[in-house]
Design a binder for this molecule. Structure first.
Ligand code: AMP
Ligand code: MG
Length: 361
């Protein structure tokens, strides 16, 4: 009954590495260093190109510590700075929070607003109810409908949180912040900044297929595979990324269980309290990994009929959405970049998206 599917994450890592390895042997004199870190519930593969071994080793050591710190600090319910905030949000009283959490709350609030609250990290109680973070041996059962309904009606949102200098409070006791939809992106931004400070200018940080690059892989851009949402171990398409770019995908194949023949996955539509319908996967390219991460989640919820205005408002102009029939919806900017490996039956091109995001970092 329970069917956590972690294989595609591994596959996504391997796809990226495989494609990077396709580079010409002319680049062989420069070594690419790889290191894997387990954090945020996934394998984070760090690839560094064009430096000496001691520099890469020191960077790996630092990232190992940084990712463990971020994972612990931003955990929504295990003992952490964020879980303390969540307990205190329930009281609706004013309190002071930890500086390790505040910038995420502020950025998440902006992104939630620009996504019309389809990206809504305040629905942590709903997310816990669905229990996609349970251990593998536990049984997956859809939650009680009344419990879902009660949480949806209480309508917890990031703008229920008020900030007054170092203090904050939630006006809504049901606000429970789960940053699972964008903390990985935020964390990858921070980790990449740490690499750049150490003088590294060519690298990829790849967390289960969600990644950010800087620089190039020798003479060529980094080549990134996008996982096919329904064909196991298959690359749907690839894109080439260089400079400072992030590629994030939200998919219904990443965490799900099946119950009585129906698939229940981990991306929740805050308007219904149930897993979002309409999309199989959404891939976004954006410079800011936190924006790419939040937007992939939001556009997945928006679905094939509504993704365009949300992308526009989030300032995201590279979008590829695979809908529930397997058809492709794509923005013109993405269409120019993408190379399909499996030919889609139908491709629907949107109008261009104008960049409008407030707070782009
Ligand atoms: P992602 O894989 O980036 O789309 O993130 C999915 C994770 O984000 C889930 O496992 C939840 O922790 C959380 N989440 C689910 N639905 C939403 C939503 N509508 N808005 C924000 N976060 C969500
Ligand atoms: Mg996301």
């Amino acid at each position: 009954m329970k069917n956590y599917n972690t294989k595609p994450l591994l596959f996504a890592c391997l796809a990226m590495l495989f494609l990077a390895a396709c580079d010409k042997p002319a680049e062989a004199e420069k070594k690419t260093y790889h290191h894997s870190i387990f954090s945020f519930g996934t394998i984070i593969d760090v690839s560094i190109y064009g430096v000496d071994a001691p520099v890469a080793e020191a960077a790996f050591e630092q990232l190992e510590a940084d990712f463990q710190y971020m994972h612990i600090t931003w955990h929504p319910w295990q003992k952490s700075a964020l879980s303390r905030d969540n307990q205190l949000f329930a009281t609706t009283e004013w309190f002071s929070d930890a500086p390790s959490v505040r910038p995420l709350l502020e950025k998440a609030r902006l992104l939630a607003a620009s996504s019309d609250h389809l990206f809504n990290p305040a629905i942590g109680k709903l997310i816990r109810l669905w229990g996609f973070n349970r251990a593998e041996h536990e049984t997956g059962l859809p939650p009680d409908q009344e419990a879902i309904q009660a949480l949806v009606e209480s309508n917890p949102r990031m703008d229920d949180i008020e900030f007054r200098e170092v203090r904050l409070r939630s006006k809504n006791p049901n606000v429970f912040v789960d940053l699972g939809g964008f903390a990985k992106g935020y964390g990858i931004n921070r980790a990449m900044e740490a690499l750049e400070i150490q003088g590294i200018s060519n690298a990829v940080i790849n967390a289960g297929g969600d990644l950010k690059v800087i620089g190039r892989h020798g003479q060529r851009p980094w080549r990134i595979g996008i996982t096919h949402p329904r064909l196991a171990d298959t690359v749907l398409a690839y894109v080439e990324v260089a400079g400072r770019e992030s590629v994030f995908t939200s998919g219904d194949y990443e965490r799900f269980y099946e119950y009585e023949g129906k698939r229940y996955h981990h991306i929740i539509d805050p308007r219904t309290g149930y897993p979002a319908t309409g999309s199989q996967s959404v891939t976004v390219i954006h410079e800011d990994a936190a924006v790419a991460d939040a937007a992939a989640t939001a556009l997945f919820v928006a679905g094939p009929d509504n993704w365009y205005p949300i992308a526009q408002s989030m300032g995201v102009d590279h979008v590829l959405l695979v809908d529930s029939k397997g058809d492709i919806h794509i923005s013109p900017a993405m269409k120019k970049r993408v190379h399909f490996q499996v030919k889609p039956a139908k491709i629907m091109l949107s109008k261009p998206v104008l960049n409008q995001l407030p707070g782009k970092s």
